[in-house]
Design a protein around this ligand. Sequence first.
Ligand SMILES: [Zn+2]
Length: 62
Amino acid sequence: MTKGTTSRGKRTAHRTHMQCRRCGNRSFHKRKGRCASCGYPSPKLRRYAWQRKNFNHRRRIT
Ligand SMILES: [Zn+2]
C-alpha cells in the first residue's frame, strides 16, 4: 500500500451517495439522508440563482 493509486482505489469502497428517488442522480447522501442535487426529503426543490447563467437579473440589455 502506497500513497498513490493503491490506497486511492479504496475510496470507491464506501459510497456516500446513492441514487435519488426524485431526481435520479446518484447524489442522495446516505448518512445525511438528503439529496445533494435536489435536496430530496425537503418538499421544495434545491435550487439556486447561481445555477443559471443569467446575467440580466437586474437590468435588461436589449
Ligand atoms: Zn435528488
